[in-house]
Design a protein around this ligand. Structure first.
Ligand code: EPU
Length: 440
């Protein structure tokens, strides 16, 4: 726990004003890994100042990549010409801090023939296995060995194109295949891949580098391996999770927030639900204004899913807003089996959220009859009252902040260092929106 790890929040005021979002956390970190594949310097713009970027920058440096990051301008320059094996200790320090290290497999095997991946971190929202990743690497021809602190991989010869069908359209596994197939010998075919905008932006980066990747309407990626790639210059797509988080904050607090940098195209599904609940929005050339028009909000049913569905990462701040809607709202979480842990604290604040093991929705889901509380019924509206909370994970944590902002009285929210992992300058943004709080 850091020194400034607790926020004392005086809630009950609407959040109003203008803030800006920069590049997407779940793209920027991957584009940084892609820089390893280039023969020359890559330049990434619109990079947010968040801890996940620091972690990937450190890991790149540990492998001999020269990384020059200007956090104010949001520009990262990466020169991989000195790439080499890292000391295990420099890698292990990052164990448990992020999911991104797993994506170093392919690029490192291509560049130096071996890779060591520390035990992974990321939010504790389900088992989060890496079986698809390791299976893919074996199919490319890598040797994979589990060691006490991580996984060691070796490429006895150039990796070979392969065919794989994902049992579930995993974002990370799709990226793993793309990052590896581009330099593998021959053609790789990935069936059942994920198609999130962050992944398509990674495809754009790889294409700039010289890769040949096509995507069919049935989620099949076909990648024709090439012998070498060059560096890229790219502007990261905006963070649509952060944008939706602030939209949720506007709705939950009865506020009015303009999110500069937010892009409608990446938020189409979210905006449909935002409107159905009774929120209002205006799209401008510079961003999207989200506001609560006054009067009651409407309860709705929503199921999370892979793109173009309702993102699992939009769910948590949205649930806080649903506690203020009239009637019963139903949320069926189909991406992660344990992503409702954050609702416990909301209930302590006066919300009425009941969790169910059953699938409360028609979408095909892997968690029905497996004893996971992955559906929620929110009964509202319930005024929220202040409480002392410890944040459980990144998105759940942000939703707790919003709940405390909406609640009358003084709340204390501990563990907010976690939020720095993915929300750039969130305390400054809260201040700009007129929130009443102190960082202790
Ligand atoms: N899965 C497997 N085996 C695997 C990989 C995934 O069973 O080898 C399962 C997972 O357990 C999960 C599902 O597939 O149930 C989806 O996981 P996915 O691989 O798509 O997730 P991820 O790549 O680990 C990224 C984001 C998450 C986001 C998900 C879904 C990053 C660094 N993380 O995770 O973001 O929720 O995609 O969109 O890109 C966050 O930002 O807070 C966050 C958790």
């Amino acid at each position: 726990m850091g020194v400034h790890d607790v926020l004392e929040i005086e809630g009950g005021r609407p959040l109003k004003g203008e803030i800006k979002v920069r590049g997407a956390k779940n793209f920027v970190s991957k584009a940084m890994v892609a820089a390893l594949l280039g023969g020359g310097e890559s330049v990434l713009r619109n990079v947010p100042q968040i801890r996940d970027v620091e972690i990937v920058a450190d890991l790149l440096r540990a492998h001999g990549v020269a990384v020059d990051w200007d956090p104010v301008e949001g520009i990262v320059k990466m020169d991989p010409s000195g790439v080499g094996a890292a000391k295990s200790a420099d890698i292990i320090t990052h164990a448990g801090s992020s999911r991104v290290p797993i994506l170093f497999c392919g690029p490192l095997l291509h560049r130096i023939g071996e890779a060591f991946i520390p035990d992974l971190g990321g939010c504790n929202i389900g088992g989060r296995p890496i079986d698809y990743h390791l299976e893919a690497m074996r199919l490319f021809g890598a040797e994979v060995h589990k060691e006490p602190d991580g996984v060691r991989l070796r490429a006895p010869r150039r990796l070979q194109g392969m065919q794989m069908e994902l049992a579930y359209p995993s974002v990370g596994a799709t990226e793993q295949l793309l990052l590896t197939a581009v330099l593998a010998e021959g053609v790789t075919e990935l069936r059942g891949g994920a198609t999130e905008p962050e992944i398509l932006d990674l495809v754009a980066v790889l294409q700039q580098m010289g890769a040949i990747i096509s995507l069919e309407t049935d989620r099949t990626y076909r990648i024709e391996g090439v012998d070498s790639l060059r560096g890229y210059h790219h502007m990261a797509l905006p963070d649509r999770i952060e944008a939706a988080s602030w939209a949720g904050a506007a709705l939950a607090t009865g506020g009015d927030i303009t999110v500069l940098g937010a892009r409608q195209l990446d938020l189409t599904t979210y905006l449909n639900y935002f409107r159905k609940v009774g929120g209002r929005f205006d799209v401008t050339d510079h961003g999207i204004r989200f506001w609560h028009p006054g009067g009651p909000l409407k309860a709705i049913a929503v199921e999370t899913g892979v793109h173009p569905g309702f993102m699992t990462d939009w769910q948590q701040p949205f649930v806080v807003a649903l506690t203020q809607a009239t009637g019963l709202s139903i949320i069926h979480e189909t991406v992660y089996e344990q992503r409702f842990g954050f609702t416990k604290a909301l209930n302590r604040m006066g919300a009425q959220i009941q969790l169910y093991r059953e699938c409360l929705g028609g979408q095909k889901c892997r968690f029905g009859r497996r004893n996971y509380e992955h559906s929620a019924v929110v009964s509202g509206p319930t005024p929220l009252h202040a409480a002392d909370i410890r944040v459980p994970d990144l998105r759940g944590g942000f939703s707790h902040l919003i709940a405390a902002m909406a609640a009358k009285g003084k709340s204390s929210v501990a563990g907010i260092d976690l939020i720095d992992r993915g929300y750039e300058h969130f305390a400054e943004k809260l201040e700009a929106l007129g929130a009443g709080f102190k960082r202790l």
